[in-house]
Design a protein around this ligand. Structure first.
Ligand SMILES: [Zn+2]
Length: 150
């Protein structure tokens, strides 16, 4: 089966004609054209043609499609870094690698806690000093209460 065609980013907008904006991929292949007619806009709003500014904005939005597609899991899976661990067949593992360079089967259950992990935050409320300080303060209050017979 033939590889599906790829249209590599960055996609760019070009004013191909006075009344046409063209969206091209990195190889210069025209992916989309957006038509506009500025002269007609002068006479009637809500005309069935776009103004050049509207057409330019829509063409610009089209160029962002690869950016959105890349956020989807697996869109560029074929380009992902490979695990490379030695498999039982002797060939390197072809599964996509995690942050630690190995795949989910060869890299262990987790690549580690994320940076700035708030669950590991140490606030110091339970240090020996803090506990002793609270205890001393509590005794002081108790002593004060006893002194005034509350
Ligand atoms: Zn692997």
């Amino acid at each position: 089966m033939a590889e599906p065609r790829r249209f590599p980013p960055p996609w760019t907008v070009e004013r191909a004609h006075e009344d046409t904006f063209a969206v091209k991929d990195a190889n210069g292949i025209v992916l989309a054209t957006v038509h506009c007619r500025d002269d007609l806009q002068k006479w009637s709003f809500g005309h069935s043609k776009l103004s050049s500014e509207e057409a330019r904005r829509i063409a610009k939005a089209i160029t962002r499609i690869p950016e959105f597609m890349m956020q989807r899991r697996g869109f560029y899976m074929h380009r992902a870094k490979r695990c490379g661990a030695k498999t039982r067949s002797g060939k390197p593992c072809q599964s996509p690698a995690m942050a630690n360079g190995r795949c989910r089967m060869h890299g262990g259950p987790s690549p580690g806690a994320p940076k700035g992990n708030q669950n590991a935050f140490k606030h110091g409320r339970h240090t020996r000093e803090a506990i002793a300080h609270r205890k001393a303060f509590s005794l002081l209050i108790q002593a004060g209460r006893n002194a005034v017979n509350l």
